[in-house]
Design a binder for this molecule. Structure first.
Ligand code: 46W
Length: 324
């Protein structure tokens, strides 16, 4: 169909990727998040302190904006950050894909982490069942776009320290090598969630039977259960779990083992080189694998996507992955 297209995703510090998005003709740099389902933007209703350093959406300047009177939204993310505000609809265009009447959530409050972050808002690409708008839950950009796409899917291409892309409606065979493996998705929790029953550290295999994973472009790192994290760093000489830095650190000179994670019955292997997230002080480095903090749901974030092209296919639903 007509509306397939690709949107460039620019790396903004570490491994956050921002996509230039048109909302009512106004251009904003938004963070695409397959772990949430709200499309929200920094709005003119914010305090001037909160607006500092951001592109702002001004509803009154958009000829196609329609207020949804009395509608509200409020979201808190896993890291404690959050935002809230009011709701309207407008035309949203991402790459070559345009949706009219898209619910646009205007932030009237944002937490401090968002003020200092580069993103001017988020595009939620999880399942619409976890959208926070009240009194009537709203659909994601992807759900609204599906009827106009060749295939009801989008793909995330997020290479390390390089421009990435989000492809809507098609799989770009130039963005990956080898074959695509698919995992059946259970959307019961609103995420692109699949079985993840084991993992490998270097050549050793460990079971995490009954656990799951979610494909989450909105989380920077790979976050796994405590056993997996301790098993991984047990093979990293000089590694320690630092209270100061809130996670595992190790001497930057250490060579890291690869980490393979089961995704619906097939392993995805992240090379050790991608698991050194960033230097702390030139001597010690902070790991790209950290603890998810509890539960049995692992979160495969941008560090995973630095090694794999991810395909979010609503037709089953299923999650596909292929090596970059
Ligand atoms: C399960 C959690 C993963 C991180 N989140 C997110 N990307 N918005 C929140 C949900």
């Amino acid at each position: 169909k007509r509306q397939d297209g690709s949107a460039s995703a620019a790396p903004a510090g570490g491994t956050e990727y921002l996509v230039s998005t048109s909302v009512g003709g106004e251009s904003l740099n938004l963070d695409f998040d397959t772990g949430s389902a709200d499309l929200w933007v920094f709005s003119s209703s914010l305090s001037s302190a909160s607006k500092k350093g951001h592109d702002i959406y001004t509803a009154s300047k958009s000829p196609t904006y329609q207020a949804l009177s009395g509608y509200t939204w409020s979201i808190t993310y896993a890291d404690g950050s959050g935002a809230s505000g009011k709701v309207g609809t407008d035309t949203v265009t991402i790459g070559g894909t345009s949706v009219t009447g898209q619910a646009v959530e205007l932030a009237t409050k944002v937490s401090s982490t968002f003020v200092s972050d580069a993103a001017d808002g988020l595009v939620g690409l999880a399942f619409s069942s976890i959208n926070t708008v009240q009194p009537v839950q709203q659909q994601t950009f992807f759900d609204n776009a599906q009827p106009s796409l060749n295939s009801p899917l989008f793909a995330a291409y997020l290479p390390y320290n390089a421009d990435g892309a989000y492809d809507f409606g098609f799989i770009d065979s130039s963005k990956y090598s080898g074959s695509i493996n698919y995992a059946t998705v259970n959307s019961g929790n609103g995420f692109w969630e699949f079985a993840s029953n084991s993992y490998q550290v270097g050549g050793s295999t460990f079971s995490q039977s009954g656990n799951t994973g979610i494909a989450d472009t909105g989380t920077t790192l790979v976050l796994m259960i405590d056993d997996a994290v301790s098993n991984y760093y047990a093979s990293v000489s000089g590694a320690s779990n630092s209270a100061t830095y809130g996670g595992y650190i190790f001497p930057c000179s250490t060579s890291l083992p690869s980490l393979s994670v089961d995704i619906g019955g097939n392993y995805a292997t992240i090379p050790g080189s991608l698991l050194n997230f960033q230097s702390i002080d030139g001597t010690n480095c902070f790991g790209g694998l950290q603890s998810v903090g509890g539960g049995t749901q692992n979160i495969y974030g941008d560090v995973f996507f630095n090694a794999y092209y991810g395909i979010f296919d609503a037709s089953v639903p299923q999650f596909g992955f292929a090596a970059l």
